[in-house]
Design a protein around this ligand. Structure first.
Ligand code: HEM
Length: 535
């Protein structure tokens, strides 16, 4: 038999096994009265995503839109049952009211699979997650944000100085937003989290920047590793495979464990996350010092998370290792630079396209500049800017950088629907909350394709349906870094708009379309705008 025929036979056989597996996992759905399009449709969708024919988020949004009137529908997955939520009330029920049953993200990614990604706050589960969340929460309070404000302000100054220099001859310059904001957010995260100056903005050949961009690339081997992880993750344990590359492991070892030791030995203090992690390691970091906190009620920070009290039943169970602390540095780095970068890209694009919105924001910036009488903007002044907060909140609705939220069901659970039917969810079923699709559903947002910050005005924000606005997730597992992200994005926009306006140029895309890619946010045409110096 020739080799091609053998390959065709093997592929068909594997395809058949996967088809049987997917078909089997949803067998009981029809008896529960849930509309199900069949295993083949799900399999074809997965194929389109993995062969880079369609972006994951587009497939989810398409599925969401096809099932109007349903509260929950089966989603596509290779090995587990997966459900897509179509109803904000269920979003709240799953993420908040019945949090104990839906506390975890996918449990497949655990320390046995990968030394670092299995130990990140995002992947820890049950009491280990509760304990780590308690340790890390004090890092993101408003008093700690104020402490890091100056570090981020230096990065924003680097950004504006660099572009002022470039634009000074002709009065304007063309900016590729993804590249420029990536350089800024990598600098911001390095300075405020890892404690060293990245210098990616000013140094165009920065090795650190190349390394960071490389982190996101899905080459053939990475692709294969992801497929093996999704279809047969136990092979990772048997063959001692690791998802994290060795160079990435070494980077975080040097940036966190080595730096902590050096600071300890030399008595160095720097107001950054590493310092707070060192305090946390010694059990010295507490939520207590209320008098140093900023009064949140006086600030405009609509999207910022509320931190829940997440006490673990067993508080002494984990021996935290160096790798646990490296893993937290890694998740802050990974979760922090790309998401904030997307937020900045979307805001910039929307301001360039909506000149009236941009003008209103510039007027607010100018008022603050006058009030500050030449000094640098403060944490309080920035967070009292109502219109800036409305613009950022709308950008997070318009294009939520994380795209979707996931949960895993930890025990059998009867989900009662409005039509009187009950869905029996099983232990380890996946739940998918399609943030983008909900944010663009005309049922919850009038004229959803319009960029309209007024949705978040004092008069109108109260009418947003609970559970229909979740850019940072929802419930006790909500994004821990939302305050940091909002502060970073607001600070940069403030400083840019002091000096520049964003203008549409011939390279600015007419509309934003996702490219078929496995990465989170890859557009068919990148966002490019002109930065024009103000008079
Ligand atoms: C615009 C920027 C950001 C967006 C839109 C965003 C969004 C999200 C979302 C949707 C989740 C999942 C929440 C859930 O499951 O309910 C999440 C989790 C998380 N984010 Fe962010 N994020 C941003 C910036 C940041 C930053 C700057 C950091 C850290 C410095 C960070 C650290 C984390 C961590 C550690 C988790 C896991 C939390 C847990 O499992 O307890 N994020 N983020």
């Amino acid at each position: 038999m020739d080799l091609t025929l053998i390959i065709v036979w093997i592929t068909t056989f594997i395809g058949f096994l996967i088809y049987r597996k997917i078909k089997g996992i949803y067998d009981d759905l029809e008896s529960m009265g849930i509309p199900y399009e069949g295993a083949l449709k799900g399999w074809m969708t997965m194929l389109k995503i993995f062969s880079s024919k369609e972006h994951f988020m587009n497939s989810i949004t398409d599925q969401y839109n096809r099932f109007k009137g349903q509260q929950i529908i089966p989603s596509f997955s290779l090995t587990k049952r997966s459900f897509l939520i179509r109803d904000p009330a269920l979003v709240k029920q799953i993420t908040t009211k019945d949090f104990d049953t839906f506390m975890n993200h996918d449990k497949n990614l655990n320390p046995d699979m990968d030394k670092l990604s299995g130990r990140m706050l995002f992947t820890l589960f049950d009491d280990e997650w509760r304990n780590m969340r308690n340790i890390l929460s004090p890092i993101f309070t408003s008093s700690k944000m104020k402490m890091m404000f100056g570090i981020l302000a230096d990065c924003t100054n680097d950004f504006t100085e660099h572009f002022e220099e470039k634009a000074k001859e002709t009065g304007s310059m063309i900016m590729n937003c993804k590249e420029s904001f990536s350089r800024f957010t990598v600098d911001g995260i390095c300075s405020a989290v890892l404690g060293f100056k990245g210098d990616c903005i000013k140094n165009e050949d920065s090795e650190l920047f190349k390394f960071t961009m490389n982190l996101q690339k899905v080459d053939f081997w990475m692709f294969l590793k992801i497929i093996v992880f999704m279809v047969a993750h136990k092979l990772y344990v048997i063959f001692k495979l690791q998802l994290t590359r060795k160079d990435v492991y070494d980077f975080f070892y040097n940036a966190i464990v080595k730096v902590m030791k050096e600071r300890e030995q030399n008595g160095i203090f720097r107001p950054d996350v590493i310092q707070l992690l060192m305090q946390a390691k010694k059990g010295q970091l507490k939520m207590q010092d209320k008098e140093n906190e900023v009064n949140e009620d006086e600030l405009s920070n609509f999207s910022a998370n509320i931190e829940y009290d997440v006490k673990a039943k067993n508080t002494k169970m984990t021996n935290w290792t160096d790798e646990h602390y490296m893993a937290q540095g890694m998740i802050f780095f990974l979760a922090g630079f790309d998401t904030t970068n997307i937020l900045l890209q979307i805001t910039t694009y929307s301001l360039a396209k909506n000149k009236d919105v941009q003008q209103k924001l510039i007027d607010e910036v100018d008022d603050v500049v006058v009030a500050l009488d030449g000094s640098q903007v403060t944490y309080e002044a920035l967070h009292k800017m109502k219109y800036l907060d409305m613009v950022i909140s709308e950008a997070l609705r318009y294009w939520p950088p994380a795209g979707e939220i996931t949960r895993e069901c930890s025990k059998d659970y009867n989900l009662k629907l409005d039509n009187g039917k009950t869905i029996k969810l099983k232990e380890s079923d996946n739940i998918l909350i399609p943030t983008y699709a909900i944010h663009h559903d005309p049922k919850y947002y009038e004229d959803p394709e319009k960029f309209d910050p007024e949705r978040f005005s004092d008069e109108r924000k109260g009418s947003i349906v609970d559970g229909a606005y979740v850019p940072f997730g929802s419930g006790p597992r909500v994004c821990i870094g939302s305050r940091f992200a909002l502060m970073e994005a607001k600070l940069l926009l403030f400083n840019i708009l002091r000096k520049f306006t964003f203008e549409v140029c011939d390279k600015t895309p007419e509309k934003l379309e996702l490219a078929p890619s496995l990465t989170n946010f890859e557009l068919k045409s990148p966002i490019v705008v002109a930065l024009k110096l103000r008079n």
